[in-house]
Write a protein that binds this ligand. Structure first.
Ligand SMILES: [Zn+2]
Length: 90
């Protein structure tokens, strides 16, 4: 898994923990995020999805279940990475 280039995105708050999110980096891609792309909060490791205006909303359990297996693996790997980063802060 390779983390791609950082991109500025419209500032939004994580809908679950309120952390300010204004940058994104892809997994195995340098592309900037598009609506309906998956994301993970760097602060609380929650799975999120980009809305049309590039703000974020929580990913629902049915959406998580319906995800392509490759996407689910990438989101779960990003969640694990965010949890490891969170532990390092303490
Ligand atoms: Zn969060």
């Amino acid at each position: 898994m390779r983390i791609g280039r950082d991109h500025r995105v419209p500032q939004a708050k994580c809908p679950l923990c309120g952390h300010k999110l204004d940058a994104a980096a892809g997994i195995d891609t340098d592309a900037s995020p598009d609506p309906d792309d998956y994301s993970v909060c760097i602060n609380c490791a929650s799975p999120l999805i980009y809305c049309a205006d590039l703000t974020l909303r929580p990913l629902t359990a049915p959406e998580m279940a319906a995800m392509h297996p490759q996407n689910r693996r990438e989101v779960e790997a990003a969640m694990a990475t965010a949890r490891r980063l969170d532990r390092r802060k303490r």
